[in-house]
Design a protein around this ligand. Structure first.
Ligand SMILES: *[C@@H]1O[C@H](CO)[C@@H](O)[C@H](O)[C@H]1NC(C)=O
Ligand SMILES: *[C@@H]1O[C@H](CO)[C@@H](O)[C@H](O)[C@H]1NC(C)=O
Ligand SMILES: *[C@@H]1O[C@H](CO)[C@@H](O)[C@H](O)[C@H]1NC(C)=O
Length: 181
């Protein structure tokens, strides 16, 4: 009996601390996963971003050869038209780590000739989260990005959501069963 209790307590604590640390420290996403940030592998960055659920506190990392690529944050219009003039931010180290500080859309392109046109662009959509954020949120520089509804119940994005929901449910059930002892 005591053994069962200890195991459940330990497993519960491990799961709980993993969960809270991921909520506090945020996730880390490598843009393009193992392909990185490139114009030559036909990486579908839209699909890559659509299958992620970004939150304030998460970190996105752009990895690339800095002789051939860069990361330019632009407005929605300039993202659509591959126009890198008047950027909001410019990154060029080849290993750029960007922490998401507030919700909204973050549009990035590569400004090397034809790279944006050939698909080296990404829209990081960070929904307003339900997590407590007491401080008033600064808003993104104005863009006229149309509101994008949450990913509908179709495709891999929604399966991630489902996994998360059930994972949290299992964790809560775990904790409840420990407390019930
Ligand atoms: C590029 O964007 C800048 C400012 O955002 C704008 O002034 C310029 O006209 C744009 N260029 C083109 C070719 O659209
Ligand atoms: C990229 O930067 C991160 C810190 O932001 C560092 O931990 C990592 O080792 C760097 N990777 C490379 C390949 O330089
Ligand atoms: C899911 O989306 C794809 C295109 O993204 C579409 O072809 C398909 O019909 C959709 N399926 C459902 C059930 O909505």
């Amino acid at each position: 009996m005591g053994f069962g209790f200890d195991m459940r307590l330990i497993v519960g604590l491990v799961v709980f601390s993993a969960l809270t640390s991921s909520l506090i420290n945020g996730e880390v996403y490598n843009v393009g996963d193992s392909d990185g940030w490139t114009s030559v592998s036909n990486v579908d960055y839209k699909h890559w971003a659509d299958t992620k659920e970004f939150h304030v506190g998460d970190t996105i990392i752009f990895r690339y050869n800095k002789e051939f690529h860069n990361v330019i944050q632009v407005s929605y219009e300039n993202y659509k038209t591959c126009n890198a003039t008047n950027p909001y931010a410019t990154y060029a180290t080849g290993n750029d780590s960007i922490t998401i500080k507030y919700p909204g859309h973050f549009f990035y392109i590569c400004s090397f000739p034809q790279h944006c046109q050939s698909g080296q662009t990404v829209d990081i959509r960070v929904p307003h989260s339900l997590a407590p954020e007491s401080a008033p949120q600064p808003t993104l520089p104005p863009t006229s990005a149309p509101p994008i509804p949450p990913v509908p119940g179709n495709g891999t994005g929604s399966s991630t959501l489902t996994t998360n929901c059930c994972f949290y449910a299992v964790v809560l059930a775990f904790l409840a069963s420990i407390l019930a002892y």
